[in-house]
Design a protein around this ligand. Structure first.
Ligand code: NI
Length: 219
């Protein structure tokens, strides 16, 4: 049974009464932290397997990401300074124009959780892709990043991994990984372009922006 209250909370109960069972969960849509918040400029910390409520937090991050039409979400964006991010590149492939089909090597995309991720190396040519960020609404810019990225990380089953990604998947991973390093996509822009968007950025910090998902603003 799924009850949605005002679009903010999803109470997902898998049994008639929560008192009768142990496997029910409350999935929450978390507010997204806006540009200007110190947590977005913090180098995030590693977590242990026994980090309190990790499985529930990952579920909440999926729910929050999909509710805001994001394709990736990093923990600092929900005000946690920990090395955790989720991404789903399959959403991009599902919405690709006919002419763009077959263009990317990682088709049909993948859905992954990254815990304690560290980039080992980058590879391939740099290419431009139009990026946006849930913490910086209404701003999109072409950003150059390397084609490939190799990372070490722990997956959602707490298994250590070392993998190389390419295409759109590598693009989203690099964007989300940057969040855990206190870095934002606008940092890659030329100084003049950054200067020209100063007003827009300060409006976002003050909450003078219209979004259709829940946000918190530093003011
Ligand atoms: Ni972002």
């Amino acid at each position: 049974m799924t009850i949605t209250q005002g679009g903010t909370f999803n109470f997902q109960l898998s049994c008639p009464s929560p008192y009768l069972c142990t496997n029910f969960s409350i999935i929450m849509i978390l507010p997204i932290v806006a540009y200007g918040a110190p947590v977005l400029r913090t180098v995030a910390k590693d977590i242990d397997a026994d980090y309190p409520g990790l499985a529930a937090l990952i579920e909440d991050m999926w729910e929050t990401m999909y509710a805001s039409n994001g394709v990736g979400l990093a923990a600092p964006q929900i005000n946690r300074d920990i090395r955790l991010f989720v991404m789903d590149s399959a959403q991009i492939f599902a919405n690709l124009d006919e002419e763009d089909k077959g263009r990317y090597p990682d088709d049909p995309g993948i859905k992954l959780v990254f815990i304690n991720a560290y980039v080992k190396s980058f590879g391939g040519e740099e290419w431009a892709y139009n990026e946006g960020c849930l913490s910086i609404p209404k701003i999109r810019e072409d950003i150059h990043r390397p084609e490939e990225v190799t990372l070490t990380y722990v997956d959602e089953n707490l298994q250590p991994q070392e993998k190389t990604f390419n295409g759109i998947t590598a693009r989203i991973i690099q964007h989300e990984y940057d969040h855990t390093e206190g870095k934002l996509f606008i940092d890659y822009l030329k100084p003049l372009k950054r200067k020209l968007m100063k007003g827009k950025l300060s409006d976002i910090t003050k909450g003078k922006v219209k979004v259709d998902y829940k946000m918190t603003f530093p003011k």
